[in-house]
Design a protein around this ligand. Structure first.
Ligand SMILES: Cc1cc2nc3c(=O)[nH]c(=O)nc-3n(C[C@H](O)[C@H](O)[C@H](O)COP(=O)(O)O)c2cc1C
Length: 281
């Protein structure tokens, strides 16, 4: 860490202990809505930094179609992403609204106009190179890391071109939690595992507020790991719940977590059989 970075990592000053009930809700919501990225004034007009800091996961799209050249540029940003030993251990299943419906018999989530299912792919390079033999966890991890970098490149390229997106692990049928179903439907060979589904479209309405991001002093440390501050974490959780309640009147943060949990056992088993396939043969 440089000395200027060190100077910025100060303990949080403004943590208000969350109280429960309506007052706690209003307080947490107010704190959530006041959250903004910190940009040094001298860098405020840097276009790439602005794109990164203003990006949001968007879940409401209008009906405008994404032109082919714009979508091609998004894919190109994925293609040229960095990767371990330049292995490019990813695959992208690419959809229009029509081909998604033909494949999955349902519309793209959130009425998105295009979608990409991003997969870790440790199958392709094995044709010519057995780079990491007998190391399923290393291979899987590298696949996840590399494909996630490609996903983020595509996400930011989209954002720079005025196209919004959201990455999804739970879509009802077509996300990480449905890895087994996707393996079957997309005819994925061993060594190819779904990671996330990115939905793209032009945003309908203003961007949502930034969800609560942890302060730098909670996520950075020097030389030895620093235990998290419980008050900061409770404040974060209270803001998460308040934000969820404000945007999903008929649901709750807890209900969303329960949905994930209900699918995790099956997804875990499917993924283990995909990752540790050699051990089972
Ligand atoms: C790998 C990954 C999976 C995600 N899965 C979902 C999902 O299933 N449903 C959803 O609504 N959002 C999902 N998100 C979006 C996150 O909720 C979002 O990134 C987070 O709340 C932070 O908001 P921001 O992207 O606007 O900063 C996912 C994001 C990532 C990176």
């Amino acid at each position: 860490m440089t000395s200027s970075e060190t100077q910025q990592v100060q303990p949080s000053q403004r943590i208000i202990r969350s109280s429960s009930g309506p007052i706690g809700f209003v307080r947490s919501l107010a704190r959530l809505l006041s959250g903004k990225p910190n940009v040094p004034p001298s860098l405020a007009d840097n276009p790439l930094l602005e794109t990164i800091l203003q990006r949001r996961s968007v879940r409401t799209f209008d009906k405008r179609e994404i032109p082919d050249d714009v979508f091609a540029a998004i894919l190109e940003a994925g293609r040229v992403a960095p990767s371990t030993v330049n292995l490019q251990s990813w695959s992208f299943a690419v959809f229009t609204a029509a081909s998604w419906r033909a494949t999955f018999d349902r519309p793209i989530p959130f009425q998105g106009q295009r979608a990409i299912i991003v997969m870790g792919d440790t199958h392709r390079d094995r044709l010519v190179l057995d780079a990491f033999p007998q190391s399923p966890l290393i291979e899987y991890t590298l696949g996840v890391v590399n494909a996630s970098l490609a996903a983020m490149n595509m996400n930011l390229a989209a954002e720079a071109l005025g196209v919004s997106s959201v990455m999804l692990s739970e879509t009802g049928r077509t996300g990480l939690l449905d890895a087994g179903y996707l393996k079957q439907t997309l005819c994925l060979p061993d060594g190819v595992f779904p990671l996330m589904t990115i939905i793209f479209g032009y945003p309908r309405g203003p961007y949502p507020p930034m969800p609560p991001k942890l302060p730098l002093d909670q996520i950075c440390f020097e030389s030895k790991y620093r235990e998290p501050d419980r008050a900061v974490m409770e404040d974060w959780l209270a803001q998460m719940k308040a934000g969820y309640k404000a945007s999903h009147l008929l649901s709750s943060f807890e209900a969303q977590l329960r949905l994930y949990v209900s699918k995790i056992g099956r997804a875990e088993a499917d993924l283990q059989s995909m990752i540790f396939r050699d051990k089972q043969e």
